[in-house]
Write a protein that binds this ligand. Structure first.
Ligand code: RB5
Length: 145
């Protein structure tokens, strides 16, 4: 399955990177559901934005999600509290590929204060184009549910 619609959100620390990734997604032909936040200067709480993306993906409003905060840690924890969500915090293309192949991750989490724009875009494209490998991984992913 290749994803076509992507829900994306960030807190204030992730806003700048989130805006660049949303633009990259639109330019690449994806349908983008931007769930905020709306600027980098107003301090907000990352759990609210992880929840928004998790609900959009779990509820079928988007096929996959992208969440960004300073480290990617808090917002990935928030997203993973929702049934049906497998959010993977990635720092490189290999983790972005393997979280799809092995874990069937449906949300990509990135840390804007830890990785640069180029690496983030590499992670994004690799995440979105990589298929779940199935086979023995299916049993394991089912146990996550
Ligand atoms: C915000 O200062 C920061 O705590 C947040 O973006 C994130 O890194 C939390 O995990």
């Amino acid at each position: 399955m290749s994803f076509k619609s992507i829900a994306i959100a960030a807190d204030h620390a992730g806003y700048d990177l989130k805006s660049k990734l949303a633009e990259e997604l639109r330019a690449s032909g994806y349908e983008v559901l931007d769930l905020g936040t709306g600027d980098a200067t107003t301090s907000v709480d990352y759990p609210d934005f992880g929840k928004a993306v998790a609900e959009a993906v779990a509820g079928g409003k988007a096929e996959a999600g992208v969440v960004v905060c300073g480290t990617g840690i808090g917002i990935s924890i928030a997203a993973n509290r929702h049934p049906g969500i497998r959010a993977a915090l990635c720092h490189d293309e290999t983790s972005a590929r393997l979280c799809r192949e092995h874990n069937d991750a449906n949300v990509l989490a990135l840390g804007a204060r830890l990785i640069g724009e180029v690496v983030a875009k590499d992670c994004l494209h690799t995440f979105l184009k990589t298929e779940f490998a199935g086979d023995r991984h299916t049993r394991r992913v089912e146990k996550l549910g």
